[in-house]
Write a protein that binds this ligand. Structure first.
Ligand SMILES: NC(=O)C1=CN([C@@H]2O[C@H](COP(=O)(O)OP(=O)(O)OC[C@H]3O[C@@H](n4cnc5c(N)ncnc54)[C@H](O)[C@@H]3O)[C@@H](O)[C@H]2O)C=CC1
Ligand SMILES: CC(=O)[C@H](N)C(=O)O
Length: 405
């Protein structure tokens, strides 16, 4: 038997059944168009109770009004009452940059797809959008960010949004906004809602008066870029909030990160990614840093594993809240020679960009990371030769796939 309802009848039904709408009843009624849409939303986003009786029923999420609530209601993430309670619920800000998508993949493997929400202010490519929960989040919009944290029961926040060193020097106002004001929003929300928060720092947090080879954990930090100034600010604010309010703040000073399937976002170390694509595609590369510019670098797999490790480390193993991590240091010339072992015809020319060269000259040549190795067992896996093998393999395979399609 099928019941066809008019709009007033639908309203009556809904008024009476905000508590439970049985699936079997819904299958026997044809609702008006407006209510049909509402039911579709409820069906997608409702909390599904597989009760002990085995009877399926649907409870509406009450007060569906905010943008984040709509997000939850459309079934993109399970509501807070999901049975997976042992896992943290993680939000990654600025997740569409060089590092975020890879970290999301790693965290989803570890904690479950729906427990990791990727966010950014950009539109994700299709493969990212379809791979798990994604939401728009501008870290400068405090209310919206807080709403996302509350509505999705977030317990860990990975704060990747940033304006990197080279772009920062060309737009200081934007860098100040995103890297300083944005960070304040993150720390305030994390403190208010008792989140564990990870904020990466960088070799750029050191300056020309810091010891350069290697830079220790604790030393003079007088960076000359807005990016570096903001990162020192982030380190100090995070540690202050930790001591003052008990915020579970965790921070790693990353070297320049090298990845095959994601592009760098406007930093000084970008050449060390671009060189591999040029080597495979055209066999030549014009480098914007001098051939003898030695900088600390790391393969992305090591960087992301370090991030997961510090996120998971028990609080008592972290006497410090900001750690250097290190893997290798090389110059453009060292890197070229290593690539030429595989591609002997590869040629590099130099056309120095004074802005990025000045930044690189103010950064350390190496990082000292014994505290991370001692306190939470940090150990890198990729040195220069393994890095080059991995990058050439991935970039070549990626290119072949693109050509095949
Ligand atoms: N990639 C590297 O070599 C290193 C990165 N880091 C740090 O790691 C983090 C991630 O770095 P990458 O992925 O390379 O950066 P990226 O520049 O590639 O990505 C940053 C992301 O932040 C987003 N963003 C900008 N303004 C925003 C806003 N108002 N609200 C929300 N999102 C916003 C951008 O859309 C972008 O997707 C950054 O904090 C960076 O400082 C530190 C050292 C080295
Ligand atoms: C080292 C970094 O922080 C970044 N890659 C940059 O070059 O700005």
């Amino acid at each position: 038997m099928v019941y066809i309802l008019s709009q007033p009848q639908c309203f009556k039904l809904f008024k009476r059944s905000t508590v439970h709408l049985s699936l079997s009843l819904l299958m026997h009624i044809v609702l008006c168009r407006r209510c049909m849409m509402l039911v579709a939303q409820l069906l997608r986003g409702a909390v599904r109770h597989a009760g002990s009786s085995g009877q399926s029923s649907i409870t509406a999420v009450r007060g569906v009004s905010s943008s984040s609530h709509r997000f939850a209601a459309f079934g993109r993430t399970p509501p807070p009452s999901c049975p997976d309670t042992d896992h943290p619920k993680i939000l990654i800000t600025g997740g569409l940059g060089q590092l975020g998508v890879g970290l999301t993949k790693l965290l989803r493997e570890q904690f479950g797809k729906n427990n990791v929400i990727l966010s950014d202010i950009r539109k994700p490519p299709n493969h990212v959008y379809h791979n798990g929960p994604f939401i728009f989040s501008d870290i400068l919009d405090f209310k919206n960010l807080e709403e996302i944290v509350v509505n999705n029961n977030i317990s860990w926040l990975v704060h990747y949004s940033a304006v990197l060193s080279a772009v920062g020097e060309s737009n200081v106002t934007l860098a100040k906004e995103v890297n300083i004001t944005g960070l304040h929003n993150i720390l305030d929300i994390a403190t208010k809602h008792a989140l564990r928060v990870f904020v990466p720092s960088t070799i750029g947090a050191f300056g020309p008066s810091s010891p350069r080879d290697p830079a220790p954990e604790l030393c003079v930090q007088r960076p000359r870029t807005i990016y570096g100034v903001a990162k020192v600010h982030a380190e100090l604010m995070g540690e202050y909030y930790h001591h003052r309010y008990g915020l579970d703040f965790r921070c790693l000073r990353y070297p320049g990160i090298i990845s095959a399937d994601s592009q760098p976002g406007g930093g000084t170390t970008d050449y060390a990614v671009q060189i591999f694509h040029a080597a495979v595609k055209s066999g030549c590369f014009e480098c914007y840093l001098r051939r003898d510019t030695r900088l600390p670098m790391m393969y992305i797999d090591d960087c992301l594993r370090a991030t997961l490790e510090i996120l998971e480390a028990p609080a008592e193993t972290l006497p410090s809240r900001t750690y250097n991590i290190s893997a290798m240091s090389f110059t453009p010339h060292d890197l070229t020679q290593e690539i030429q072992k595989v591609l002997p015809d590869f040629q590099v020319t130099y056309n120095v960009d004074p802005v990025r060269q000045a930044i690189a000259d103010s950064w350390p040549m190496a990082l000292e990371d014994s505290a991370a190795r001692r306190d939470w067992g940090w150990k890198h896996e990729y040195d220069l030769s393994e890095l080059v093998q991995a990058m050439l393999t991935h970039v070549t395979t990626g290119n072949q796939l693109v050509q095949a399609n």
